[in-house]
Design a protein around this ligand. Structure first.
Ligand SMILES: [Zn+2]
Length: 229
């Protein structure tokens, strides 16, 4: 099984889906991450510069991926907070889908705009990455006449069969991550510019709440979409 995760920032997939990725890796899957932005805005430190942060966050994401057993992390280097689900981004995602041929694409649910209960707005880049990934899966990666020039790079049309959209509030699929929670926390700790003790506790709490729905100790939630062959 091949799995491709598509997200906006270094750390997005680790917060929302890394317990599941680690589980799939343990089961023998080949997993890849595609990170659309450079993460250059994610710091309140007055001494931090964008260039320094970009390098740090890429290294953090690579370390986290190594902990989880992710085969490779690809970066598209769009500017943080400026991601747009345009044809350029969609083509970049199509290119990677046609290259790694994933059975499953995991991405951020683009229909999630805000949460009243949890009191926050979902980052604009998260929505853009999720929307572009959805459009890349269907119809763009599938159609022979779309991005015909990619055929010259031996990137022929490809049908993804399953999508997992990370979703906390209304998941259709709850994955037991009790055995990989420890790896998830280690992966999150690798994001040293982003993570705090409180954030780790919050993640544990959310994964505990999701687990409760199915009698698991810890779980991650997704909306699963099965596409016709
Ligand atoms: Zn993010």
């Amino acid at each position: 099984m091949v799995v491709l995760g598509v997200a906006a920032h270094p750390d997005d997939l680790d917060f929302s889906a890394s317990g599941t990725f680690a589980k799939w890796v343990k089961e023998g899957a080949s997993c890849y991450y595609l990170i659309c932005t450079d993460g250059c805005k994610g710091s309140d430190d007055p001494k931090m510069t964008e260039q320094k942060l970009i390098a740090l966050r890429k290294a953090e994401q690579r370390t986290a991926a190594k902990i989880l057993g992710i085969k490779e992390v690809f970066f598209l280097n769009h500017k943080d907070t400026q991601l747009v689900a345009d044809l350029t981004l969609k083509k970049e995602i199509v290119r990677l889908i046609r290259k790694v041929k994933p059975d499953i694409v995991v991405t951020l649910d683009p229909t999630f705009v805000y949460s009243v209960e949890r009191g926050f707005i979902n980052h604009t880049d998260h929505r853009a990455a999720g929307l572009a990934a959805l459009d890349a899966v269907f119809p763009l990666a599938r159609d022979r006449l779309t991005f015909k020039e990619l055929e010259k790079e031996a990137l022929s049309p490809y049908k993804v069969s399953t999508l997992y959209l990370t979703n906390f509030d209304h998941p259709t699929e709850i994955i037991d991550i009790s055995d990989t929670l420890e790896l998830k926390l280690q992966a999150l700790e690798a994001h040293t510019t982003q993570i705090s003790k409180q954030a780790l506790e919050r993640v544990k709490k959310w994964n505990r709440i999701l687990g409760k729905k199915r009698g698991y100790k810890y779980a991650e939630g997704f909306v699963k979409l099965t596409l016709p062959a």
